[in-house]
Ligand binder design. Structure first.
Ligand code: PHE
Length: 344
C-alpha cells in the first residue's frame, strides 16, 4: 500500500536524520535504500498502485528517493568534517606511484627494423589476409599441383562446405600475388605478416611464425640488383662489416633461387656454437621471379623481370639476441618480454 501519509512520514524522517559517524550513515542508507530498505519497499509496492495514479506516485517516490540520496551526501560530508583528516596529512613531496610501462614485443621490434630498412630503399609495405585460397598461396606462384607444400603435412586447410581450397597462408608470398593483381608496375613492396605451417612445436620450429617477404619488379632488374639489395639489408641489420654468401637453392616461384647466409656476427666468422662452427648463419631465401609467376599474374616476362626474397622474423630476432628457443616468442612470459624494455 502506498499513500500520501506514508510518503510524508518518510520525508519527515529523512529531514530529521542525523549521523555521527560514517558507520551510522551507512546504517541509514541500508535502512532506507538497502535491499529491504523502506524506500526500496515502496518501490516494490508501486506495482500495486492503480494505473491512473501511477504517474503521480511515480513522481513522488522518485522525489523521495532523490531527497534521501541528497541527505546521505549531506550527512557524509558533515561526518567527514567532524571526524577530521585521519592520521598525518598527505606528504605531497613524496614521489608518485610509477605506472608500469609495457614493452614492445621483440618480434614487433625486429619487424619494424626490417621494414624501416626496406622503406629507406624505396619499398612500400603491403599486407593481406591470413586466410587465403590456393591460388594466392600456391597456384599463382608456380607450385605444381603435386608439390609437397600443398600436402596436409604442411598446410592447414580450412573445412568449408562450399570451397575446398581455403587455407591458412604458409608464407606471405600471397601478398605479393595480391600486389601484382592490384598495383601497376614497377612494384617494390615488403609484406610482413603471420604465417602458419603444420609443424610440431619445438625450440627450432613453430606452427605459427612471422615473415617479411619482398618483391621488386621493373624493367632490367637483375640478379646483381638482388645480391646488392640483400647485402645492403644485411649490413644495415647486422652491422657494416657483415658479409653475405649465396647458395643455390630451389623455390617454385624463383629461378634461379638462392639461400643467403650472413657472416656470424657473434664470432665474426671464426666459428662458434651459434653458427655451429661454420662462421655463417642462414637468414633468407630469394631468387629471380620465375617467368611463369609473371605470366600467371599478367606481367610480360619479355619486358619485365624481378626478384623476391623472404625471411622469418623469429629467425632474425634469434640471431640478433641469441635467443635459443623459438617458443619464448609465443609464450609471452613477462620475464622474457621485459628483457626488451630498453631496446626501443
Ligand atoms: N616464400 C618462401 C618461404 O616461405 C621464401 C621466399 C620468398 C623464397 C621469396 C624465395 C623468394 O619459404
Amino acid at each position: 500500500m502506498i499513500d500520501d501519509k506514508i510518503i510524508e512520514d518518510l520525508q519527515k524522517q529523512i529531514d530529521e536524520l542525523k549521523a555521527a559517524s560514517q558507520q551510522q550513515v551507512e546504517e541509514i542508507r541500508v535502512k532506507m535504500l538497502g535491499k529491504k530498505g523502506e524506500i526500496t519497499r515502496l518501490f516494490e509496492e508501486f506495482r500495486t498502485v492503480q494505473a491512473d495514479q501511477k504517474r503521480l506516485y511515480g513522481q513522488k517516490l522518485n522525489t523521495l528517493k532523490n531527497n534521501m540520496l541528497s541527505k546521505l551526501e549531506a550527512l557524509k560530508a558533515s561526518v567527514e568534517n567532524q571526524e577530521g583528516p585521519k592520521g598525518p596529512a598527505e606528504d605531497l613531496t613524496l614521489p608518485g606511484d610509477r605506472m608500469p610501462l609495457g614493452a614492445r614485443h621483440p618480434i614487433s621490434i625486429v619487424r619494424e627494423e626490417i621494414l624501416s630498412i626496406f622503406k629507406k630503399f624505396g619499398y612500400s609495405v603491403a599486407e593481406g589476409p591470413e586466410i587465403e585460397d590456393d591460388w594466392h598461396v600456391f597456384s599463382a606462384l608456380n607450385f605444381p599441383p603435386e608439390h609437397p607444400a600443398r600436402d596436409m603435412q604442411d598446410t592447414f586447410f580450412i573445412n568449408n562446405q562450399t570451397a575446398n581450397n581455403i587455407l591458412l597462408r604458409t608464407h606471405t608470398s600471397s601478398v605479393q600475388v595480391r600486389t601484382m593483381e592490384s598495383q601497376s608496375l614497377p612494384i617494390r613492396v615488403v609484406c610482413p605478416g603471420r604465417v602458419f605451417r603444420n609443424e610440431a612445436i619445438s625450440a627450432r620450429a613453430h606452427c605459427i611464425f612471422h615473415q617479411v617477404e619482398g618483391l621488386y619488379i621493373d624493367k632490367n632488374v637483375s640478379f646483381a640488383d638482388l645480391k646488392q639489395s640483400i647485402l645492403l639489408f644485411a649490413q644495415e641489420m647486422f652491422g657494416a662489416d657483415t658479409k653475405i654468401r649465396m647458395r643455390p637453392s630451389y623455390f617454385p616461384f624463383t629461378e634461379p633461387s638462392a639461400e643467403v647466409d650472413v657472416s656470424c656476427n657473434i664470432c665474426k666468422g671464426k666459428g662458434c656454437s651459434i653458427c655451429k662452427g661454420t662462421g655463417w648463419l642462414e637468414i633468407l631465401g630469394c631468387g629471380m621471379v620465375d617467368p611463369n609467376v609473371l605470366i600467371a599474374n599478367g606481367i610480360d616476362p619479355e619486358v619485365y623481370s624481378g626478384f623476391a626474397f623472404g625471411m622469418g622474423i623469429e629467425r632474425i630476432a634469434m640471431l640478433k639476441w641469441q635467443v635459443n628457443d623459438l617458443r619464448h616468442y609465443f609464450e609471452n612470459d613477462v620475464r622474457f618480454l621485459r628483457e626488451f624494455e630498453t631496446v626501443i
